[in-house]
Unconditional design. Sequence first.
Length: 248
Amino acid sequence: MPVCANWRAKMGRMLTIQDVTLVRGSHTVFSALSLNLAEPRIGLIGDNGAGKSSLFRMVCGLDLPRVGSVQVHGLPAHEVSAKRPGLVGMLFQNPDDQIIFPTVEEELALSLSPSGMPRREAIGHARSFLQTRQLAHWGARSISSLSQGQRQHVCWLALLIAAPQLLLLDEPYASLDLPGQARLTQDIAQASQQVIVSTHALDHVRGFGRVLWLDQGAVRADGPGHSVCAAYQADVATRSALPAPALQ
Ligand SMILES: Nc1ncnc2c1ncn2[C@@H]1O[C@H](COP(=O)(O)OP(=O)(O)OP(=O)(O)O)[C@@H](O)[C@H]1O
């Protein structure tokens, strides 16, 4: 492939954020933020309120930037759900923001609706999928009878079955037990798609080729997981050693 066509093909698969200002409520979360994200595994780290979920919401088209553009595989992010509904999938920090249907198999079947699969077939497919995960007994279970970690697991299964090309995982390990965390790590390692993971548990992204450290809406460091995680930890250690600020 000629160099120019190669470059265009790469750009077409990329997530690009260009000169973005994002305002939520009265708070400016990002100001003149630009990023090109093409690596297969990317970690997002940073303090509470740094902007990790806001970045995901923007990439999903849930929040529109006031200035600048967000493009996913060459499409404006806010047009993705209408024009290419199978392109981006997001695992929300809170499973209750994601789950719609009353049973596990119905929720998984919903993930197949963008593919145009008829509902009865989608339910059958969801059951077979659960069987491959040794979870056949979960199919008819009511979501309300599941624990928080189990609901987070269902949300992950819903993304896996939908198989979008870009997976955005917002603190996916937060409620999972140790076997669940190991399973998710294995699933992510085996996924053929691009995966972006936001987490406070640095060990889950330390081995990634690229990690972004967000600090108050700006990129404080961007590079291999080992060095960016070490820099963030060193900064946290320095700040933790400071005397607590006086209460107003
Ligand atoms: N609905 C909202 N309205 C106004 N401001 C918001 C809203 N949601 C988040 N913010 C603000 O946007 C900033 C970024 O929040 P965001 O949720 O993206 O952070 P985060 O890095 O995901 O944090 P956490 O690690 O706690 O999940 C914060 O200053 C937060 O107060």
